[in-house]
Design a protein. Structure first.
Ligand code: 2P0
Length: 367
């Protein structure tokens, strides 16, 4: 039984049968990493993230009865046109089509519609910034809004976001966390916080220092990764260190939430950097092993740690599944940190490029 399935959601029962909805969803950066999954995109350990703002996907979903669409496909379960950056994108379209097909038990009305999806990112596709989180979150929110347009509002706001996070997770695990703003937990934690493996929940007790925390993303290397996240997750099943890792991640999640609540930056930095290192260490001991860091990733890490030691400024780094370096620091230190980034870190980046990002409110509906 799939959660949220409702066979009565047929187009013949809809209040109106066409419309257009749009959402902007930001990317997120994990502090405690999701790496290893089971079943239907369920995480092997809890993860904790900060939601960003400058790096986002905007998605518009237009829908009308399949019978009325000139470009409708009647040979497929889902009739879809997908445009990325205003161009037809067959590879993405195939992925989205498969995803939407898997959602037919939840949204039976998809079978009777023709969908046009337009999506674009605020960051270049080749920048090496994960777009699956922001794009799947925006799509999931569009689907939930479409359901409201068709059948009226039946969910509370909290339940609406929970459902969107659940759907986003089915598309891409980390997308479950991009629905909400600020700090988000996904996966069961051992402490008092109410969390779920099926959707992300906002961390309500966040210390104000993190509400506008800075994340400057140093674009060390642009281009496709040699190993996809999907393949990386799968390799955790045979990784000899996986059991120890999952136990550690549970402990780190609790410690991280404590730091996020108390504003203890020493603890925050300690766990954040350990998590970045362990993620890449797990890749290096996978069978087969792989390395996603580049020489300049390590140079940047060394420079950040040296700068922290010299200045006592609470700056630290984290890494996603790729070579780019996320530089994290409180906004109040921006004036002292930016000259350091410009002079010492930017030269390590591809074409000296970096993105100034910060923690945000989360996804927003667009007109
Ligand atoms: C994370 N990453 O917690 C971890 C840390 C990358 C490094 O989640 O297969 O794109 O779509 O569920 O979410 C990247 O993996 O993987 C990821 P799928 P996803 O952010």
């Amino acid at each position: 039984m799939i959660r949220y399935s409702n066979p009565s959601l047929k187009l013949e029962n809809a209040r109106q049968n066409s419309g257009k909805v749009a959402w902007r969803s930001p990317s997120n950066i994990a502090l405690v990493k999701y790496w290893g999954k089971y079943g239907l995109q369920l995480p092997r350990n809890p993860s904790v993230s900060l939601t960003l703002s400058a790096s986002y996907t905007e998605t518009t979903l237009a829908f009308l009865p399949r019978q009325q669409a000139s470009k409708a496909r009647f040979d497929k379960k889902i009739s879809l046109e997908f445009y990325f950056e205003d161009q037809p994108a067959p590879a993405f379209e195939a992925k989205i089509e498969k995803f939407l097909e898997s959602l037919l038990p939840i949204f039976p009305f998809l079978a009777d519609l023709h969908l046009e999806i337009f999506s674009h990112n605020s960051f270049p596709h080749s920048a090496g910034i994960a777009s699956s989180a922001s794009s799947m979150a925006a799509l999931a929110l569009c689907l939930c809004s479409m359901e409201e347009v068709l059948f009226g509002t039946t969910l509370t706001q909290d339940d609406f976001y929970q459902k969107a996070s659940f759907l986003a997770r089915l598309g891409s695990g980390s997308a479950a966390r991009s629905i909400h703003g600020r700090a988000v937990i996904w996966g069961k934690t051992s402490k008092q916080w109410e969390t779920s493996e099926e959707w992300g929940v906002p961390f309500e007790a966040l210390h104000p220092i993190f509400e506008d925390y800075q994340d400057t993303i140093l674009l060390i290397h642009e281009g496709e990764k040699s190993v996809s996240s999907r393949a990386g997750h799968a390799l955790m099943n045979q990784n000899p260190f996986s059991a120890i890792r999952y136990e550690q991640a549970h402990k780190h999640a609790v410690l991280m939430l404590e730091a996020l609540q108390s504003g203890d930056l020493e603890k925050f930095i300690d766990i954040t950097e350990k998590e970045a290192f362990v993620l890449h260490a797990l890749m290096m001991v996978s069978e087969p092993s792989f390395v996603l860091m580049k020489p300049n990733t390590l140079r940047a890490i060394e420079a950040i740690q040296f700068f922290r030691q010299q200045t006592q400024i609470p700056i630290c780094f984290t890494l996603d599944a790729g070579p780019n370096v996320h530089i994290l620091y409180p906004k109040s230190y921006q004036e002292r940190v930016l000259p350091f980034i410009k002079s010492e870190l930017a030269p390590l980046a591809h074409h000296s490029k970096y993105i100034l990002d910060q923690v945000s409110e989360g996804s927003i509906a667009l007109d």
